[in-house]
Design a protein around this ligand. Sequence first.
Ligand code: NCD
Length: 359
Amino acid sequence: MKHLIDPMDLSKEELDQIIGLAQDIISNREKYQDLLSHRKLATLFYEPSTRTRLSFTSAMMELGGNVLGFSDAKSSSVSKGETVQDTVRVVGCFADVIAMRHHIEGAQLYASEVSKVPIINAGDGSHSHPTQTLTDLLTIQRELGHIDGITIGFCGDLKFGRTVHSLIKALSRYKDVKVILIAPDELKLPDYIKHDVCDRLGVKYCEVSTMEEVMPQLDVLYMTRVQQERFLDLEEFDRVKDSFVLDCQKLSGAKEKMAILHPLPRVNEILTEVDDDPRAAYFRQVENGKFVRMALITKLLEWKDDPLHAMPETDAPETDPTLRCSNGKCICNNENAQHKFRRTDNGTLRCWYCDSKIK
Ligand code: NCD
């Protein structure tokens, strides 16, 4: 069964097909208006969302399909203690495809192990957000005309920002991309992305401490919000919350054709004075999210049982009763998921579900 849990579940060819279809949908809206009539999407949102949930809903409606689901887990049987695996088993009887957002990392991967319909990860904790990645890729393609060869600066909360983690992974599928990481020490990119993704897959990256020093090099500036809800220590949040703020003055050294992206919502990291700059692409990016989700839902329904589009092959997970994942926000510490591990090329053991290092 084809699911989209992690950006690497899509090959370069599959990424190209989804982005290509999204572009065709943009140019030929009417052609697609009844494509998925009688098909149903379930949106299971265990965590707040405006854009992602509404763009899935709007995407399915524009394809002539129907949508059911919940936007507040308290109104579902979750409040009675139902597991995510049981919930998707049940919802798979009512819907052809499921988009799920969860505050627990690895919840969608765990759910996909038993689902009989494709699961789309619409964000799991601070781990991954592959449909925002598709949105970002389509936006870069439309704004700049290419993704290969770009220099992209990621600025803000690179530790908890799941959209950053997923986009960097997907950029490893493109040629000659250079990543510049702009974050305070407390919010630096997790090691597993630096080592398992950038080093292993050959994405060049460097770390700097101000956006001004790299601004003239950037083709894309990817701003992010500091993720207050993921901090365990609120004093630390207060120390870093205003680390990077983009204003018109800072843009003065930027390329004329640079694109400013932000997954939104923004808090104060981009002043509203920037919104009128032609390089500010973040509201266009929101609309691209709908088109790319239309393409994704269409393709997943087409690919779901096609062996040519199977999930990528991985080594079988390792288990060891003496070892446990120490991430309290991982599914294996929240439901009775077995603690399973994968071993990276350099021998490090990581949690199967959330990628935390096993000590
Ligand atoms: C992001 C998310 O939920 O991770 N928003 C989104 O889906 N567009 C970014 C964020 O919440 O900061």
